[in-house]
Design a protein around this ligand. Structure first.
Ligand SMILES: Cc1cc2nc3c(=O)[nH]c(=O)nc-3n(C[C@H](O)[C@H](O)[C@H](O)COP(=O)(O)O)c2cc1C
Length: 173
């Protein structure tokens, strides 16, 4: 059975949007119907058989539009297979526990929804876009600047999702 999958993402500076588009392309390549939509513009989940939710970390939390979306569509999300990804610089933070804290923030943003798969991807930070106060925060949090997105890891995760969500691959001709 093929799925109709919504990839709903939050973003502030565009890097999570590009990751969501890449996940959407991989899912399409596996033979499923996919829409990739910014989470704050989603107006219905009707017709979707699975949802991928993604959002970036800012100051220790996943962007708040993810939590709002989960609150708005709680009942439907509890009945559908959901996969979730967080995007941040925590994977590049040398502190032990940074990734664990980021994963905890992702779980928190999903509230009662238990994903079939969840993952944290390294993101992108453009130092030119960060003001003085933010720069100080980032220094203290040991968050480096740069583009650390691993497109191979992103594609590999996306390719495994349909099976984890309970949809077998359509027959190849
Ligand atoms: C002000 C600021 C705060 C951030 N806080 C965190 C954080 O707490 N944890 C983390 O892992 N990454 C943090 N990041 C890194 C972002 O999550 C990363 O740049 C991400 O790719 C941004 O996604 P976007 O371009 O979709 O908005 C922060 C970045 C900025 C600019």
């Amino acid at each position: 059975m093929s799925a109709r999958i919504l990839v709903a993402y939050a973003t502030r500076n565009g890097s999570t949007a590009e990751i969501a588009q890449s996940i959407g392309r991989e899912l399409t390549n596996t033979g499923h119907a996919v829409d990739v939509t910014e989470i704050k513009t989603v107006s219905t989940l009707t017709g979707y058989t699975a949802i991928v939710i993604g959002g970036p970390l800012y100051m220790g939390s996943i962007d708040g539009t993810v939590g709002k979306f989960v609150g708005n569509y709680r009942e439907q999300l509890l009945k559908l297979p959901v996969a979730a990804f967080g995007v941040g610089l925590a994977p590049k933070n040398p502190d032990p526990g940074a990734v664990e804290a980021a994963m905890a923030a992702l779980r928190k943003s999903l509230g009662p929804v238990t994903p079939v798969s969840s993952i944290l991807f390294a993101g992108k930070l453009d130092p030119a876009k960060v003001n003085f106060v933010m720069r100080k925060f980032l220094e203290m949090a040991k968050i480096p600047a740069g583009d650390f997105r691993d497109w191979g890891a992103i594609a590999a995760w996306a390719r495994e999702l349909p099976v984890k969500m309970g949809f077998s691959l359509p027959p190849k001709d």
